[in-house]
Design a protein around this ligand. Sequence first.
Ligand SMILES: [Zn+2]
Length: 286
Amino acid sequence: MPEMPEVQGLVDFLGERLAGVRIERATVANIAALKTYDPPIEALKGVEITGATRRGKFVDLSTTGPHLVFHLAKAGWLRWYDALPQTLIRPGKTPIALRVALSDGAGFDLTEAGTKKSLAYYVVRDPADVPGIARLGPDPLDPSFTRDDFAALLAGRRTQIKGVLRDQSIIAGVGNAYSDEILHAAKMSPYALASSLSDDDVTRLFEAMTETLRDAVAAASGKPPADLKDAKRRGMQVHGRRGEACPVCGDEVRSVFFADNSLEYCPTCQTGGKILADRRLSRLLK
Ligand SMILES: [Zn+2]
């Protein structure tokens, strides 16, 4: 799942590649992924693309007409073509959700692998018309976002810090993978309650968050879309590395499994050596 750094990498690529290019045609291949009907998708025909902006994990393409906004969700991706293939798309028989043909012969597909279809795209007059964008909390890499702003967001929240970091309405752009990485860098348990963090904890977590995200954005920037997923995997210290040695202390990276995902952590670095219970199992035992 692409998170802020990969989405930023995509936005940087698209901003450079699409500036001044016109949309020749936008072909809807999966109508369920198109979440808006006014303006119609046809309103994109012939418009010039004027910019690409990241909003949380959303990509916002502004044009001389409406905005084309998309969210890649769990299994979505953007496939770029310097020369767009002329093959016919058969709706329902393809991982392609949307195909955009450009005036210079290039183009891209929004594709979705897997069975849980959650990729979404929107044609809107204003990006704030997308409910997920209207709800977004502050961006942690916004230069005006400070440690004290972060402390204010955490204060009084009697919920686990892992969930707080992933909640897009509290902090925009962080998902399951980077919240694992941030908590590992901060040497903090994913189950720590946000409201119980000391001032030093908050400072350490804020620094771990901004550093982790800044490094990942730097690693993603300038890469073509096809390379971004591998770059993300390579940069991970604990996420997706169950059973491997923690690069900081050498302890074994552990997982906690949930219904449809898992988190990874290092017991020595983050929980004082304590092994966290498997949530699937403990639910069964209740
Ligand atoms: Zn460790």
